[in-house]
Ligand binder design. Structure first.
Ligand code: G3P
Length: 221
């Protein structure tokens, strides 16, 4: 099943009640199109968003820790109790070591939570795929937040990541960075992605329902 992941980052337009509004639109569009919707929100928003919608709510990061004396660190078990179904790991705005990626995937799996591990290129995608996360998301950092999508500028990165990951794992591949419209999404699917990881194109859009519908519809055509 194709998936649309919206990462609200720390954008003002994606926090608190705004995160709930985006999640509700995603829920509605998800029902209409049949596309799986995941919203990755600030930790502080996990509980309130998960209490208001049925779509999957993910965290944007977890720490590779177990219960214990870890002041200020993010525990997967706590997120699960708050309503999170999974987490992004190793986003280029929150990179962690390869060992922490491995541990985080294991911790999420142990808690029956899903993992989306980010990779900046094809080689890293392959290296993290061996940990068998649910998703590997390839995102060239220099294109993140910009207006030109990875699918237009670096289609080979997506294509190669899909091929490399397939060799070592069953993880589904997502792509992201600069995705702004249905055409970018259509191309992502053509290149072999199972879906997209998008932030500014949705969170900063004036008409969020219109763009979420446009992007989701491009995955069903
Ligand atoms: O996590 C998704 C993200 O890094 C892509 O950001 O703003 O280019 O859609 P954006």
């Amino acid at each position: 099943m194709h998936v649309m992941v919206v990462n609200t980052k720390a954008y003002r337009e994606g926090m608190g009640n705004e995160a709930i509004k985006i999640a509700k639109i995603m829920e509605k569009v998800g029902k209409e199109t049949g596309i799986r919707m995941i919203i990755a929100v600030q930790h502080a928003d996990v509980h309130r968003v998960a209490s208001n919608v049925e779509i999957d709510v993910f965290a944007q990061h977890i720490d590779a820790i177990e219960y214990g004396s870890h002041t200020g660190w993010i525990l997967a078990e706590g997120l699960k109790e708050a309503g999170a179904g999974g987490s992004i790991i190793n986003h280029s705005e929150h990179p962690v070591t390869i060992n922490e990626i491995k541990r985080s995937v294991e911790i999420l799996r142990k808690n029956k939570m899903e993992s989306i591990v980010c990779a900046s290129d094809n080689e890293i995608a392959k290296s993290v795929a061996v940990f068998q996360p649910d998703y590997v998301a390839v995102e060239p950092p220099e294109l993140i937040g910009g207006d030109i999508s990875v699918t237009k500028t670096k289609p080979s990165v997506v294509k190669n990541a899909v091929e490399s990951v397939r060799k070592v794992s069953n993880s589904a591949v997502l792509c992201g960075a600069g995705i702004k419209n249905g055409e970018d999404v259509r191309k992502a699917i053509e290149l072999g992605s199972s879906g997209i990881l998008v932030a500014s194109g949705v969170v900063k859009a004036k008409n969020k329902e219109k763009i979420i519908m446009e992007m989701a519809s491009a995955m069903v055509e």
